[in-house]
Design a protein around this ligand. Structure first.
Ligand SMILES: Nc1ncnc2c1ncn2[C@@H]1O[C@H](COP(=O)(O)OP(=O)(O)OP(=O)(O)O)[C@@H](O)[C@H]1O
Ligand SMILES: [Mg+2]
Length: 261
């Protein structure tokens, strides 16, 4: 891995730090001794061929997997060794955005967004009226920020894919997530919706200062929206550089070399 330039390590600690992290599933090694420092507020695009370990890396960061070697620090907490309650607390600070949106389709956009606040409430809530007024106002404001205030009472399964992903992003705003992990968030969207959803995420991250680590297969999009590109292949980071210093050819090469193997 190339050295991580100091200007890329962010504005304020703590972000995400991986030290000598390895991950094996049985006898299959997916990540081999990787180091990564992501400073608060950065937008990192994670690229690499299918099976390279991008989702595994994101799952390590949110504590769904424990590394088989090395240590992690995520917002100042090690998700692999902290207790169950600390992990729960950490997860209220980390938003996850999936390719398949992860929304409850039969509920409205507003209800799905309000669910982002459940971590801060003691009791489960049912229906919009069950949430405190302040949260309902914030939910409307967050839907406005992602351009969906007019659709707030529409069932999520009747929204377009791009709109559904915007709802998922508004849900992480509700959570006031300090870190958003996005696993191919635009893989099932058309090119226009993809660029628009990612630009919204980028804008919100710049405005609110949250960190984004986003796996993407679309090279042009990664170059357009990220501050930094990390490419993973064969268990290692083969590229880690500021996006302004990275060419399209460099990123495409990450995939080309994999095709030849
Ligand atoms: N829970 C698991 N058990 C066993 N093997 C796993 C598990 N999770 C992932 N793997 C393996 O780890 C490797 C990396 O998978 P991962 O899902 O992280 O790749 P990826 O880079 O996200 O790929 P894609 O671009 O297709 O989403 C794959 O070979 C996969 O089969
Ligand atoms: Mg994946």
């Amino acid at each position: 891995m190339t050295e991580n330039p100091s200007h890329l390590t962010g504005r304020r600690a703590p972000g995400v730090a991986l030290r000598d992290v390895s991950m094996r599933f049985g006898d299959k090694t997916v990540l081999t001794h990787v180091d990564l420092d992501v400073g608060a507020g950065q937008f990192v695009a994670l690229v690499g061929p299918s099976g390279a370990g991008k989702s595994t890396l994101l799952r390590l960061i949110n504590g769904s997997h424990r590394p088989t070697g090395g240590t992690l620090s995520v917002l100042g907490v090690d998700p692999a060794t902290c207790g169950r309650r600390s992990l729960q607390r950490l997860r209220t600070r980390v938003g996850f955005v999936f390719q398949q949106f992860g929304l409850v389709g039969r509920l409205s956009a507003m209800e799905n967004v309000l669910m982002g606040a459940l971590g801060s409430l003691r009791m489960p809530r049912y229906g919009i009226a069950g949430y405190p007024r302040g949260l309902r106002e914030r939910a409307v404001a967050n839907l406005e920020r992602v351009g969906l205030v007019d659709q707030r009472y529409q069932r999520c399964d009747t929204l377009s894919g791009g709109q559904q992903q915007r709802v998922a992003i508004a849900r992480t705003l509700m959570q006031e997530a300090e870190l958003v992990l996005a696993d191919e968030p635009v893989a099932s969207l058309d090119p226009n919706a993809s660029v628009s959803v990612l630009q919204t995420l980028k804008k919100l991250s710049a405005e609110d200062g949250f960190t984004v680590i986003c796996s993407l297969h679309q090279v042009e999009l990664a170059l357009q929206v990220s501050d930094r590109i990390v490419a993973v292949r064969d268990g290692s980071f083969i590229l880690d550089a500021a996006t302004v210093d990275t060419t399209e050819a460099q990123v495409r090469a990450v995939y080309e070399q994999a095709k030849r193997v």
